[in-house]
Design a protein around this ligand. Structure first.
Ligand code: NOJ
Ligand code: CA
Length: 697
């Protein structure tokens, strides 16, 4: 009887999954199964070394004006292929990247809708899975509106999760580490990016990249790649059965995306490994993006830059020139309040310092009109071409050029995206005229067009329009408050960095971020691309005017390590010149460290706890190591086996002092030199909230 039952079960299973298509990764560790269930609903599952990572999960897209693409399908065609190519990014963590995957493309037909077609393309790499929906040109389908996406990730247990709430307008939250079932976004305090409870209506939604760890030590990272013409995907968590469902950021009409054939969604990505270091080394998201079509990329240059910036963050000067728009003299000119940071003399002081120290760039914020009322919800806030009266742009341009410093433009929009679109050509022509080769943009506040969200389809396209427009004028772009990155830097290499997460600046204007923050970011925010985190703060306490209790949550040595652990081709040298002058020996590391790399080696890592990364500078025989920890002091183990064999090098170690800790003695550091070879294994003590940096020459 039992045997008969099992046989019947077997036949039944086979018939339900008779359409099952199996794909394995090049190294055979991952297996993807696609099948249609009895209702003709597409499903997939993913296994790693024979163990389920994602159990059978549904796929589909729901639409408004045509029948949904989520059931009644039959398999019309199934094709497999293999791809293996090595490509060279314009800049990056390594100079060449292997793009090696096996692909399964299923063409599904919906009988009840005149045989209408949808395709799902799966790519299985050694480091994980990517898949997307595709809508080919066909009769009876042209325009359609997506109302929701049914993509599921049926996890196998209540994994440990590193998450931030599903806010449509901000990703500048602290990460919570909890069981997935305990994720509750409403328990996190609201933050200020034009956000309120309406912008995170689902308390059970979390943002991606979502980092997970199973009880048996498997690391899983869920995100997306090549987010273009579609809203960002968040994930709704069903706490009772560990089911994640795609949750798209809506527009003002609660629609999600407006599409036209031929079209496709972004890639949904699942990166998997039993080693945390592999998650950080993954190139899957970049590989799923399209190669760039920019032929001449010689104008795109990684660099370090200072800023007339931190002094505003800590309240020493201000962005604005006057107290408010109505503070005007008889001639109608603004009456200055006297603490405007972007004045010519102050800017020259920074130019002098950057020039002396060999820091290539200088950002100046608050140089243009509009800062008096920038918090208001109005359409036109800023002029991108009108300097305040005390910012002599001709003189500053001349002076910077004479001193060999590249000026960096600042275009804060205050959320006014329509206003920015109208001004873009004029703004970029202005940059060309005055020799600015890069721009930092910003979207603090509610988005205009009103009702749009930072992470919705309209804004996703806006950010790309800005990057394309910048490229047209040979300007590199660094965006603050955009949607989080999805590897688009491969396609738009002038889109060099973004903030899109909680940066170092939160330590200036709030209670700050705990020491574990920088050990989580590489596993979450940075999975999609470089972050303008603004490291390098040397004065760690008593810096904030009016709040002497405020402090950085790192040691000084950890600030150095961040130049290596937080990858970005645009790296800020964020503190004030006088604070670097106070620690010239430690500042040497910032002057030396590279921003573009031949190769990167993740030596040790655990999300939320620690990481150690070594990188080889691009086209140079120099290596830099960064290691950080959370609030727990530890001993890091640093290997040097990536160094050429049989040679001896000098390593300079910038470590925490013996008595250092982020809360009691953050300024304490010790610098020493040792000889290293490829066989050296260094054990280095790291203080609570500390880190160390090493340069090898
Ligand atoms: C927020 C950005 O993150 C910060 O860097 C900038 O200074 C302000 N907005 C003003 O634009
Ligand atoms: Ca921890």
């Amino acid at each position: 009887m039992r045997k008969l039952f099992l046989t019947l079960l077997f036949i039944l299973t086979c018939s339900i999954y008779s359409n099952a298509q199996v794909l394995t990764s090049p190294d055979k560790k991952l297996a993807l199964t696609f099948s249609l269930n009895t209702n003709g609903e597409p499903t997939y599952k993913l296994a790693y070394q024979q163990k389920d990572v994602v159990k059978t999960s549904k796929l589909g897209i729901e639409t408004q004006n045509v029948p949904s693409f989520n059931q009644g399908f039959t398999l019309a065609k199934s094709e497999t292929s293999t791809f293996d190519e090595t490509w060279n990014p314009v800049w990056g963590e390594q100079k060449s990247i292997r793009n090696h995957y096996n692909e399964l493309l299923v063409t599904l037909s919906q009988k009840s809708v005149q045989g209408r077609l949808m395709r799902i393309r799966f790519r299985l790499f050694n480091d994980g899975l990517g898949f997307r929906y595709e809508f080919p040109v066909q009769q009876d389908l042209t325009y359609f509106t997506v109302t929701s996406e049914d993509t599921e990730f049926q996890l196998t247990g209540d994994h440990k999760a590193f998450w931030i709430p599903g806010d449509y307008d901000s990703n500048e939250y602290l990460y919570t580490t909890s069981k997935l079932s305990e994720a509750d976004g409403w328990k996190q305090p609201l933050i200020s990016n034009g956000t309120n409870q309406e912008n995170r209506p689902d308390r059970r939604a979390v943002q991606t990249p979502l980092m997970l760890k199973t009880q048996d030590g498997l690391y899983i990272n869920i995100h997306e790649a090549a987010l273009i013409n579609y809203p960002a995907m968040q994930l709704h968590v069903d706490p009772s059965n560990h089911l994640l469902t795609a949750d798209l950021v809506p527009d003002v009409k609660n629609n999600k995306a407006y599409l036209r054939t031929p079209n496709h969604t972004p890639w949904r990505t699942v990166i998997v490994s039993n080693k945390a270091t592999d998650i950080l080394s993954s190139t899957l998201i970049l590989n799923l993006n399209e190669p760039t079509t920019i032929n001449n990329t010689s104008w795109i240059k990684p660099m370090k830059f200072m800023g007339v910036w931190w002094e505003m963050q800590i309240g020493h000067s201000s962005w604005s020139y006057a107290d408010n728009e109505d503070a005007k003299d008889a001639k109608g000119g603004l009456i200055p309040h006297g603490h405007h940071g972007a004045n010519t003399a102050n800017v020259k002081r920074y130019i002098d310092f950057a020039s002396q120290q060999g820091i290539q760039g200088l950002l100046v914020e608050g140089w243009n009109t509009g800062w008096e009322e920038w918090g208001a919800e109005k359409e036109d806030k800023f002029s991108m071409v009108t300097p305040y009266p005390d910012f002599d742009i001709n003189e500053i341009t001349r002076y910077a050029k004479a001193k060999g410093v590249m000026m960096i433009m600042h275009n804060e929009t205050g959320g006014g995206a329509t206003s920015y679109e109208r001004q873009m050509d004029t703004a970029f022509r202005f940059m060309n005229k005055y020799g600015y080769t890069s721009v930092k943009t910003g979207y603090v506040g509610r988005i205009v067009p009103r009702g749009e969200h930072h992470d919705g389809q309209w804004m996703v396209n806006h950010y790309i329009r800005a990057a394309e427009k910048a490229a047209q004028y040979h300007v590199a772009i660094d965006m603050h408050e955009p949607v989080r990155p999805t590897g688009l830097q491969r396609t738009y290499p002038n889109f060099m960095a973004s903030e899109a997460g909680r940066g170092n600046e939160w330590n200036a204007f709030s209670a700050g971020s705990p020491p574990e923050h920088e050990t989580i970011l590489p596993f979450t925010r940075l999975m999609g691309g470089p972050m303008d985190y603004t490291p390098g703060i040397f004065k760690l306490t008593k810096y904030a005017k009016g709040d002497s209790l405020r402090h950085m949550h790192t040691t000084l040595a950890k600030q150095l390590a961040l130049y290596v652990t937080m990858y970005s081709p645009l790296q800020m040298v964020a503190d004030l010149p006088e604070n670097y002058q106070a620690y010239p020996d430690a500042f040497q590391f910032i002057k030396d460290v590279a921003v573009d790399w031949d190769n990167s080696y993740v030596l040790e890592a655990e999300p939320g706890d620690y990481l150690t990364i070594a990188r080889k500078a691009k086209d140079k025989n120099e290596w830099y190591v960064g290691s950080i920890t959370d609030e727990m002091a530890r001993t890091a183990v640093v290997k040097f086996d990536y160094l050429p064999k049989g040679k001896t090098f000098e390593a300079t170690i910038y470590a925490d002092g013996e008595d250092a800790s982020y809360d009691k003695n953050p300024q304490s550091y010790a610098i020493r030199k040792i000889k290293v070879t490829s066989k050296t294994v260094l054990k280095q003590q790291v203080a609570s909230g500390g880190g160390f940096a090493i340069s090898v020459k």
